[in-house]
Write a protein of this length. Structure first.
Lengths: 287, 287
């Protein structure tokens, strides 16, 4: 039996099952301080009849370098109590099983890649919600680099109808996250994108910013698909607008352009927890 | 003995040697039509006393999918005569040796990665010259995706002192290549960047655009180093300006930021041909 955690800033999703595509029980707990949250997660997982490995897809930033002393830690998050938190180490100790660990968005990218049926293909998973983050599977493997992909902090061009908003990112102001995340939309227009009227310019503005991130991923790492998930991406019509705008930005130029697509998650809201199950499976195989 | 070709749009650099770091003979020929150029390259390589494998780092776009019928082709280039040209196949047939094939910039990235002494590290190679192109080695492996990295056709933010220039890219106008390549500099200011006075605003403008590409690579694929080569990058002080501007764009935010660096090629102008020698070595090992 595999165990999995999708560790988010507001909730932890817990699951167990015999394989990544068969989750037999799941449970959601609110994210509080690390001691309370991790103990409750461990208790639920331990009560599910014995797991042999655990996979964790975590909010970040996290340490993914297997040779680093702080591998499996959440590192410098501003979230109170969670900076320098040894998430993987605590759970490995509490449950006595091997642990696989990656970012929540890399886990989602892994699961969406598997769901696409591609073996060697390349895919990006972009979540647009409270924050904006990206995960990458290139040539069939998740990308870590010296830390992990972020994507949310690139600088898109300002839309001509959105020149004055200063953006909400504490570090960068009007980076992608500062312009197109849920809080940035709320700060600009006082409500969520899905509550704006269908003819409100916000729909085209937000689609343009997300499309610029998609184009950047097509143009710089040659992914075939960008899968766009997260709360903002649930706005009706948004992903279709993003796909159309990304095609305009490419202008038919890039090699492979005919295969580029921007889609919603095939696994819906299960991408992250399914990816965490895949990390558990890989950890079991390596142990 | 390994053989190597750095196949560029204006010249082909040919080399042979017992290992990638020991080139014992080299020769440069001008790029003319494919039949003339490839025959002359094959003739020189055949005359060097018997090579056992050939590596090619080529201008593009190229087909890198080993399972594709057109693997090893230059595909859709506007360069007269070179579209749909079976570069790898011709040379494999003419020389009777196994051939390794990648983009010129991926070859350069491979060589710079090896020269950095890193084994698992991640590095981007950006060439800024007649065109702008990028190669990527992530977690120790070159990236292909469904085609190959391009990087030159992302859209940087327009610099406040460079609002009106429409850009020179036939497909995108003011994409990175349309703003910061050698021809774009020439179109704007009538001379090369290195011939502009030291106090000309062009230096800061071009550095800003290249720095935006570096930041995008740090922020989206978490490379440790961006190596900036090519003719424009030889402008005194430019790479240092780019490094400084990239630090400003990050604002100390990204995980791993303290390790990020923007540098000139450790191998100077030998990065591409050295990488092609590495492709030859890999092809020999696989044969």
């Amino acid at each position: 039996m595999l165990g999995a955690i999708e560790a988010g800033g507001t909730k932890f999703v817990l699951a167990v099952g015999p394989s990544p595509d068969r989750i037999t029980a799941r449970h959601t707990i609110p994210t509080r301080d690390p001691a309370t949250t991790l103990a409750e997660a461990a208790e639920w997982l331990a009560g599910q009849g014995g797991i042999t490995a655990l996979g964790i897809g975590s909010f970040g930033p996290v340490e993914l370098d297997r040779t680093a002393p702080r591998w499996g830690f959440i590192t410098t998050t501003p979230k109170p109590g969670w900076a320098d938190c040894d998430v993987a180490g605590y759970l490995a100790g509490a449950l006595g099983v091997p642990v696989g660990f990656d970012t929540d968005v890399n886990a989602a990218a892994l699961a969406e890649h598997a769901a696409s049926g591609s073996t060697g293909g390349s895919l990006a998973y972009l979540t647009v919600g409270t924050g904006i983050g990206g995960g990458l599977v290139l040539d069939g493997r998740p990308v870590h680099g010296i830390a992990h992909p972020e994507v949310g902090h690139i600088y898109p061009r300002r839309h001509p109808d959105d020149r004055d908003f200063p953006g909400t990112c504490p570090s960068h102001g009007d980076c992608l996250e500062g312009l197109a995340s849920g809080p940035a939309i709320m700060a600009r227009w006082g409500t969520s994108l899905s509550h704006l009227p269908a003819d409100h310019p916000g729909h085209a503005i937000i689609a343009d910013y997300i499309a610029q991130a998609c184009h950047m991923l097509f143009a710089s790492v040659a992914v075939e698909e960008v899968v766009v998930g997260g709360g903002v991406a649930n706005t009706p019509g948004l992903v279709e607008r993003v796909a159309q705008r990304a095609r305009e930005l490419d202008a038919g130029y890039l090699p492979g352009t005919a295969r580029h697509c921007v889609i919603r998650p095939r696994l819906g809201s299960d991408a992250g927890i399914t990816g965490a199950m895949m990390l558990a499976k890989a950890a079991a195989a390596e142990a």
